[in-house]
Structures are given as structure tokens and as C-alpha cells.
Design a protein around this ligand. Structure first.
Ligand code: XUL
Ligand code: CO
Length: 488
């Protein structure tokens, strides 16, 4: 008996630390809380001490007010709320408990009763709507399993999800609140340990398909505007036991089926693929046809993968800033890569820690970074039907409900300030002119013919002999940086 208890304690401890990664609770690996079946009904306000967050302007020192985000104000002919289209990530805000692989949860929100019951899921959904309303944010994002618990069978799991979706539908009545996107959690449950669409087991492939089918249905039912695929486990640990070509083909087939289901469902939202290098899988995919590209390592490889399999017109990208830096790029680089390819669909707005090499999912507060992000967004003409999803979480040490508000306000203000800066920079035009001047020699008739693909090496050789050694012209990088500096 004693040893049984000891094993139970070890299981709970391990289950606990395993469950916390990325702030999403893995239902099947969290049996340690399943014993608490008595869920309390939560009555009253969730955030009684916080009133609706208002715009007070840049001189305000009130941390619970917007200093830069003024939803209705027009910038470059569009309301700030339409440029920014903010969204709260349910998994971080309502399932993130501060636990990490080294320690137990630190956050117990007042409404949590310690269970993972359907009743508790309903309570959390109500908290979500109150949070959105007080923040003045009209969008939220979710994984199927973080809003509703997994049951003993797929049928029961679907029923749980339906219960929560009916409640969400009720709560959104008379509001403009809708999901920015939904997604299926295909990475927490042990069944997905080898991948979902890329699992070598056909039963897992089918299970994942059924899960995505249902997740797309409920996203559509709630009036969601996009649907996201992030292939958390779609990678390999060892090439020795992996058939790369087969798994890549399966991944593409899976995405093709999703695109077909979208049409059958009558869902007009955008399908988004979210690039991320490594974590949790050691390597994500290398495309056979483009051997140096990994299917979702970064924006370029994801676009290459989609193009390779004829899926480019069916998908856009969900670019996450912390994923960008993990792949060795800046967020600006990833956004520009997506934008120039017509593939920029949505931004998971967060940032990493410059001294830390993993996905810390922090709220982005750096104004210069936000300005560069907004430069891409403005050049893209906005993100709609995409937006900015705060795929960001409180630090483990931040345990007050108020911190949830401050974090989001701060992230929103950083991007709002970035938008103001980007608009001013573009209206000023000096930086745009600097770039145009660098390429001005191509504005000639020969340059135009080269760009049209009408000039070959022989004609160019004649010109090279005629022109002789080109003179050096400055790249003006320091001037460009100086210009940016005067707008941030
Ligand atoms: C993981 C990540 C996910 C996706 C949705 O790093 O960003 O939360 O955004 O599955
Ligand atoms: Co993300």
C-alpha cells in the first residue's frame, strides 16, 4: 500500500510537470486532478476589481489604461482596432498555470476548483468573455482541448466540446466577440507522440483527421475567421527509424483533406500554417524535393513545402515572432518573407528572451520591434481576416489576476505605438526614398527589360565591357537606422 502511494505521488509529480509545458493542460496525462470531480459553480464577476480598460493617452501613468491604443482612432484611413485585430489566446490566459518542467503550478485563479471537469470548462469560458469585454478585445483563439476536457472516447470528447461551444455561442450573442482562429491540439496526448498526420500508425492519422474535422466544424459554428495548423509533433527524433518521404507525403495529404473539408463545410475562413523550428520535436521536416528546406522551419521553408505539394493557394502563414527568432531570423524578416509571397495571414504576437534559446512566449513590449512589425503589416494592407493573437503568457512569478490585464494592455500598447510610428515613417517617405534610390539604376529601360526576363548574358556582357568597373555606392545602413531611430 505504501509503495502504491509512493508511486502515485511520483506519477502526480511527473504528470504535473509534464502537463504544464506551454501552459496547456494535457487531459490524459493529467489524471492526477481527475479525482476532484466535485466542481463548484462560480457565481458573480471574475475580475471584480478591474473596470473596462480605457484610452487615457501617452501622458497617463495608469497601468490599467491604454496609453497608445485608441480603438476608434483612424490611422492611415483605418481604425486602430481594424489594423490591429487583437486576440486573446485561451490556452495561455485561462489554462496557463505557471508550471514548468522544474516546478509545480504557481497560479491558481480564484475561479479554478482544481478539476478538469466540463463544469470547470464552462466557468473558464465565462471568465474568457468577461476578460475580453473588459479589455475591449473582440477576438480569441483556442485549441479544442484547452476549452473542453478530453473524455473516455472520441464521442464523449466531442460531446464535451459541443457543450462548451453552445455556451460560447450563447456568450457571444449580442457581442462582436468571435474566434480569430481555432485549432486542434495534436501534440499533448500520448497518442500523438510520433506525430499526428505524420504518425506511422494509420489509426493515429485517422484520429487526428477526425479531431481536425470536428475542430474546423466548431470554429466555423462560432463564426471563427481562420483555422490554424501548428504541427507540434510533426517531426522526427531519428532518421534511422523514419521514412521522410512517406511522412512528408502524409502531411501534405492531410492538409489537402483539410482544404477539401473546409469547402464541403462552407467555411470561408483562411487556413493557416504556423512555422516553428524544433521544440518540441528535434527536427521538423526536410522536403525531399528541396533538400535544404524544412517544411515548417520558417516562413520560406513552409512556403516551399506548400508550393511543392500544390497547396500554396489553400493556405497562408501564421507567423509567430518567438518562432522567428528560434529559426535564426527576426520577426520582421519572417513577416516580409510571408508578405512578398502573398502569404501573410496572421501574427502570433509574442517575443522571446534574448538570452534564452527557447520559446518563452513573452508579451512583446519592444517599441522598435513593434514598429518594424507594423511596417510589414501596413505594407500588407492589414491582416484581415487575420489579426494579432497574443500567443504569450505571464511569467511563472506573476500570480495576480491583474497581471493578466497588464500583460495584454502592454502588448496592445506596444503594437499600437508601433502602428503610429510605422504610419509616420511611411508618410514621411525618407526611408522609402532611400530604398528606391538604392535600386534606381534598374529604373532604366535596360533595368526594366532585365526585370522582365528579356535580357540574357550575351547582351549583359556587351554592357559590362561598355560600362567598365562599377563605382562603389554607399548602402546607407547607418542613415536608415538613424531614420528609424527618429520615429521610435
Ligand atoms: C506553439 C504555438 C502554438 C500554436 C497553436 O509554440 O505557438 O500554441 O500557436 O497550436
Ligand atoms: Co503560436
Amino acid at each position: 500500500m505504501k509503495s502504491l502511494l509512493l508511486w502515485l505521488a511520483v506519477f502526480c509529480y511527473l504528470g504535473n510537470s509534464f502537463c504544464q509545458e506551454d501552459g496547456v493542460i494535457a487531459d490524459m496525462t493529467c489524471r492526477w486532478d481527475a479525482g476532484l470531480s466535485e466542481s463548484k459553480q462560480w457565481n458573480g464577476d471574475f475580475f471584480p476589481n478591474i473596470s473596462n480598460i480605457q484610452y487615457e493617452g501617452p501622458s497617463s501613468r495608469n497601468p490599467l489604461a491604454y496609453h497608445w491604443y485608441n480603438a476608434e482612432e483612424e490611422i492611415l484611413g483605418k481604425k486602430m482596432k481594424d489594423w490591429l485585430r487583437f486576440s486573446v489566446a485561451f490556452w495561455h490566459t485561462f489554462r496557463g498555470d505557471g508550471g514548468d518542467p522544474f516546478g509545480s503550478p504557481t497560479k491558481t485563479w480564484p475561479w479554478e476548483d482544481g478539476s478538469n471537469s466540463v463544469q470547470m470548462a464552462m466557468t473558464r469560458m465565462k471568465a474568457n468573455f468577461e476578460f475580453l469585454k473588459k479589455l475591449g478585445v473582440e477576438r480569441w483563439c483556442f485549441h479544442d482541448r484547452d476549452i473542453a476536457p478530453e473524455g473516455a472516447t472520441l464521442e464523449e470528447t466531442n460531446r464535451n466540446l459541443d457543450t462548451i461551444i453552445s455556451l460560447a455561442k450563447e456568450l457571444q450573442l449580442g457581442t462582436s466577440i468571435r474566434p480569430l482562429w481555432g485549432t486542434a491540439q495534436l501534440f499533448k496526448h500520448p497518442r500523438y507522440m510520433h506525430g499526428a498526420a505524420t504518425s506511422p500508425d494509420i489509426k493515429v492519422y485517422a484520429y487526428a483527421a477526425a479531431q481536425v474535422k470536428k475542430a474546423m466544424e466548431v470554429t466555423h459554428e462560432l463564426g471563427g475567421e481562420n483555422y490554424v495548423f501548428w504541427g507540434g509533433r510533426e517531426g522526427y527524433q531519428s532518421l534511422l527509424n523514419t521514412d521522410l518521404k512517406k511522412e512528408l507525403d502524409h502531411m501534405a495529404t492531410f492538409l489537402q483533406s483539410a482544404a477539401s473539408w473546409k469547402k464541403k463545410l462552407g467555411f470561408n475562413g483562411t487556413l493557416l500554417l504556423e512555422p516553428k523550428p524544433q521544440e518540441p520535436t528535434k527536427h521538423q521536416y526536410v522536403s525531399i524535393e528541396f533538400p535544404i528546406l524544412r517544411y515548417d522551419w520558417d516562413a520560406a521553408t513552409t512556403i516551399g513545402f506548400l508550393q511543392n505539394y500544390g497547396l500554396k493557394d489553400e493556405f497562408k502563414l501564421n507567423v509567430e515572432c518567438n518562432h522567428a527568432t528560434l529559426s535564426g531570423h527576426s520577426c520582421h524578416h519572417e513577416l516580409e518573407t510571408a508578405r512578398i509571397n502573398g502569404m501573410l495571414g496572421n501574427i502570433d504576437a509574442n517575443t522571446g528572451d534574448p538570452q534564452t534559446g527557447w520559446d518563452t512566449d513573452q508579451f512583446l513590449t519592444d517599441v522598435t520591434e513593434a514598429t518594424l512589425i507594423m511596417l510589414s503589416v501596413v505594407k500588407n494592407g492589414g491582416l484581415a481576416p487575420g489579426g494579432f493573437n497574443f500567443d504569450a503568457k505571464l511569467r511563472r512569478e506573476s500570480v495576480d489576476v491583474e497581471d493578466l490585464f497588464i500583460a495584454h494592455i502592454s502588448g496592445m500598447d506596444a503594437l499600437a505605438r508601433g502602428l503610429r510610428n510605422a504610419a509616420a515613417l511611411l508618410q514621411d517617405g525618407v526611408l522609402t526614398k532611400l530604398v528606391e534610390e538604392r535600386y534606381a539604376s534598374f529604373d532604366s529601360s535596360l533595368g526594366t527589360s532585365i526585370e522582365a526576363g528579356e535580357v540574357g548574358f550575351e547582351e549583359l556582357e556587351v554592357k559590362a565591357f561598355e560600362w567598365g568597373e562599377p563605382t562603389l555606392s554607399s548602402g546607407k545602413q547607418e542613415l536608415a537606422e538613424r531614420i528609424l531611430q527618429s520615429f521610435t
